[in-house]
Every structure is written in C-alpha cells, then in structure tokens.
Design a protein around this ligand. Structure first.
Ligand code: FES
Length: 140
C-alpha cells in the first residue's frame, strides 16, 4: 500500500512521540535468553538500548529506550513491532532495505545511519546473546 509523504511523516512522528515497546527488561542478564544491548551513532551521539527475550529462536519480547533524532527513535520503535514473533535467523537476514521499505528511499538514503540504528542494535543484541550462549556452553 503506497502512502503519501504526509502520511509517512505522521506515521514516523507518531512512533517518535508514542514509542512502542518502550522500557527495559529488568535484570536481563539474569533472565534466561534475555540480553540488553547498547547501540549508537558515534557521529551524533544518539543512542538506543535494546533488550530482547528469545525463546526457541523466536523473539518473544523487545523493549527499548533511547535518545536521539526522530528518525532513529521512530525507526527503533517501528522495527520493535516488526521483529516480535520473528526468528533470529530472519532478523539477522534483514538488510537496510527493510527500513527503506518502511521509511521510504528518500529518508533512508539521506539518513541511513539514523534509519538503521534500531535494526543494527537488534542484530548486535542477537550476536551478544549467541556469544553468551557459547560462553555458557563452554563453561559446562
Ligand atoms: Fe543521530 Fe540520527 S542524527 S541517529
């Protein structure tokens, strides 16, 4: 469904002002299959912290907090809705085009780092979770 520019701006602004899945997973490091990961764009200092809970390879919960530009924060909120119920393999396979499909080419080409901050941080979180699993395996 094609949406016009105004609708897209309203959609982005709504996610910025009313972020979905806002918050944190408390004591994520003590909850099995949970992780919290920071991500940021060094150039501007904008940050997000994303917490994931994964069960049997499927994202069951995601929470995030962050500070930064509208595109980065709205993009993180949008991606948080998109990945619940998805397998971590599917998420790792999501490229920047995932954000382009949602936010439009114009925005993503002009501000690629802002648009993909959430998605990149989700992927970092998944990799961190995998590393933790390997460490736990090795410690057994
Ligand atoms: Fe920093 Fe957008 S300007 S993430």
């Amino acid at each position: 469904m094609a949406i016009d520019k105004q609708e897209l701006m309203d959609f982005i602004l709504d996610h910025y002002e009313n972020p979905r899945n806002s918050g944190t997973i408390s004591d994520a490091d003590k909850v099995q299959n949970s992780v919290c990961q920071n991500g940021g764009n060094p150039g501007c200092g904008d940050i997000v912290t994303i917490c994931l809970n994964v069960e049997n390879g499927i994202v069951k919960d995601i929470k995030f907090e962050g500070e930064g530009c509208i595109v980065s924060q709205a993009g993180t909120s949008i991606i948080s809705e998109k990945i619940i119920g998805k397998s971590i393999e599917d998420i790792i396979g999501m490229g920047p085009e995932t954000m382009t499909d949602i936010l439009g080419e114009e925005l993503c080409l002009s501000r690629p780092k802002c648009a993909t901050l959430g998605l990149q941080t989700v992927k970092l979180a998944i990799n961190e979770m995998k590393r933790n699993e390997l460490k736990e395996e090795a410690a057994k």
